[in-house]
Design a protein around this ligand. Structure first.
Ligand code: C2E
Ligand code: MG
Ligand code: MG
Length: 575
């Protein structure tokens, strides 16, 4: 903190007095000493030129500036000092007939003025202390408005302003320029498991690491959440260097962060837009970097992507699709498909998972991993979830006579469903309206959703359980589960993600994870479903490992309700 920002304390206040008239300077020093002996340490300079080396060498708490210095106008003097010393309060000293001019200097950044010779009633120390306080307040406001409170980096507005400035420089000097938008991966997992304090420290540490990668003329800001924006100017932004530089940043973020005795590993995705090919101004560059970031994020690996026209086209298509999805429910284009879940002991079907399909009038079948994320961006997902639950219950009741209980119909829910305060109430209404026995319904929630806000999940799941529904944890192994929370959550089944099942017969690592998951589930008194079984070998291996149930193309692909009825009608062992 600069001395100008220091609390007025008992230690002397250092003043740089810029005054060409020796008599006036002496009068001020005397007035200060009389008013408060030893409270002020005054250094004197007769001209602005003589003052400069002094304030460059030493930081002063306050500057007292004569408005009538030789060779420079009062306004110019204030402007120069304001630019050189942005956080030091300035008080101008003026003659009786010059108050109007003194007021003008306050608009240029001076904190106050005093009329020369009128030093009665201890006015001088009071003006000085007020000026210091006022400047301190001003600086704090500027900090709040322009800087991110967590990382100390500039914020979006200041960044875009600077970017505009650098763009006009780039135009004059033909300098390469690029905007990079970076978002962290697994940041939410970190805050969910280790808390917000660690999350904030991590953001700070990321900011430091990113700054280390930058050159002096580059700029960096934090946008909301775990997003950062970087301005790269000059050599690093040249086509030969930029890709290598992005990779260097990815590697810097991949190195573990040591925070509060935790070794935290995260990753990042980067979207890049270069000037002028990807945008003519700051806003356009940032927007196009965002489009590339969005695509880079879809990659399972930490990666970077440069903006292209094709990406823009994809975005437009996505926006169109989003609009069409809103009409899809009304047009009855959303269809519920069902995939059998098989009990590995009896080899009989013991339930089904509801998986949605969108039968688009022109584009044909659109898979859920395309349209569900679109729906999740808005309240539309709530409508879809209501629709899916209702449809699944209705279908289940229509084939109920063909099956022996216990038999679950499982539906997938999104994080957004869970965040709704009235979710349990809606579920209760739906069960009543359809006449479904809650014991036949299972709710699938991904591990990520549960760990996003485990406290809230415990509350909501307990209430769903109280209604009678079962809870399945979907895609287990892909998230960042906290074992202590896992034991507190009211769960019934863990579903091992299919990425671990796919090569379980050949990949020792995945075999280990599947085995550990089964043992963990059983220790917590839960059952296990293995997803994505495609071969007899996979099924047999999982049976040996003690896995309770399985689901996958080996048994059956997801199918419409009508086909499932035929399938159930066969009523024989499935494998
Ligand atoms: P999920 O809930 O983990 O569903 C399992 C996915 O694995 C399904 O993909 C299923 O078709 C696929 N699958 C099952 N067995 C095999 C197999 O042997 N091999 C392979 N390669 N794949 C198999 P699908 O139907 O494309 O659904 C993808 C994801 O979309 C689902 O993953 C679920 O997270 C989400 N989803 C589907 N329907 C809904 C829904 O109604 N609401 C919500 N919120 N999400 C849904
Ligand atoms: Mg599922
Ligand atoms: Mg799954």
């Amino acid at each position: 903190m600069s001395p100008a920002l220091a609390q007025p304390s008992l230690s002397p206040i250092s003043i740089l007095l810029v005054e060409d008239n020796k008599g006036d300077a002496l009068l001020i020093e005397e007035a200060l000493e009389d008013a408060a002996p030893k409270a002020f340490l005054v250094s004197h300079a007769s001209t602005l030129e003589m003052a400069e080396p002094q304030y460059r060498q030493q930081e002063f708490n306050v500057l007292l500036l004569d408005l009538n210095l030789p060779g420079v106008s009062g306004m110019e003097a204030v402007e120069k000092l304001r630019a050189d010393l942005p956080t030091t309060p300035i008080i101008v000293m003026t003659g009786l007939d010059d108050e109007k001019r003194a007021l003008g200097t306050m608009q240029r950044g001076a904190q106050d003025y005093i009329v020369k010779g009128q030093y009665g009633n201890n006015i001088l120390p009071r003006v000085i202390r007020y000026a210091i306080e006022r400047k301190r307040f001003e600086t704090r406001v500027i900090e709040l408005v322009h800087f991110d409170q967590i990382t100390g980096l500039i914020n979006r507005e200041v960044f875009l302003d600077r970017l505009e400035g650098v763009i006009s420089l780039a135009n004059q000097n033909v300098m390469p320029l690029a905007v990079m938008l970076l978002s962290l991966r697994r940041f939410k997992d970190v805050t969910a498991t280790l808390g917000h304090e660690v999350g904030n420290k991590l953001l700070k540490a990321v900011a430091v690491r990113l700054k280390e990668c930058l050159m002096r003329q580059d700029a960096i800001a934090r946008l909301e959440g775990d997003e950062f924006i970087l301005l790269i100017a000059g050599q690093l932004a040249s086509p030969e260097s930029l890709a290598g530089f992005c990779q260097q940043i990815i590697e810097a973020i991949e190195r573990p962060f040591e925070i509060n005795d935790h070794s935290v590993r995260i990753g990042c995705s980067i979207g890049v837009a270069t000037y002028p090919s990807c945008g003519k101004d700051a806003i356009e560059l940032a927007k196009h970097a965002d489009i590339s970031l969005h695509r880079a994020r879809q990659n399972v690996k930490n990666t970077f992507l440069f903006y292209t026209q094709t990406l823009n086209q994809e975005l437009n298509e996505r926006i169109t699709l989003e609009k069409e999805l809103q009409a899809a429910i009304k047009r009855q284009e959303l269809l519920a498909y069902y995939q059998p879940i098989v009990d590995l002991k009896s080899n009989r079907i013991c339930g089904v998972e509801t998986l949605m399909r969108w039968k688009h009038a022109e584009k044909g079948f659109i898979p859920p991993n395309v349209f569900i994320p679109l729906a999740e961006k808005s309240e539309l997902i709530l409508e879809i979830s209501d629709y899916v639950m209702k449809q699944a219950c209705k279908d289940f009741l229509s084939w109920k006579d063909l099956i022996a209980s216990p038999f679950y119909v499982a539906v997938n829910l999104s994080a957004r469903d869970f965040q709704q305060k009235d979710f349990v109430e809606r579920l209760g209404h739906m069960l009543k309206a359809t006449g479904m026995n809650p014991k036949d319904l299972a709710l699938e929630v991904t591990e990520g959703t549960l760990m996003e806000n485990p406290q809230q999940a415990i509350g909501t799941l307990t209430a769903c359980r109280a209604l009678g529904a079962a809870i399945f944890v979907d895609d287990f192994g892909t998230g960042y589960s906290s074992l202590s929370y896992l034991s507190k959550l009211p769960l019934d089944i863990l579903k091992i993600d299919r990425s671990f099942v796919a090569d379980i017969t050949t990949n020792g690592h995945n075999l280990l994870i599947a085995t550990a998951t089964i043992n963990l589930a059983h220790a917590l008194n839960l059952k296990v479903v293995a997803e994505g079984i495609e071969t007899k070998e996979q099924k047999e291996l999982l049976s040996i490992l003690g896995c309770d149930k399985a689901q996958g193309y080996y048994f059956a692909k997801p199918m419409p309700a009508s086909e499932l009825v035929a399938w159930l009608g066969r009523d024989s062992a499935v494998a």
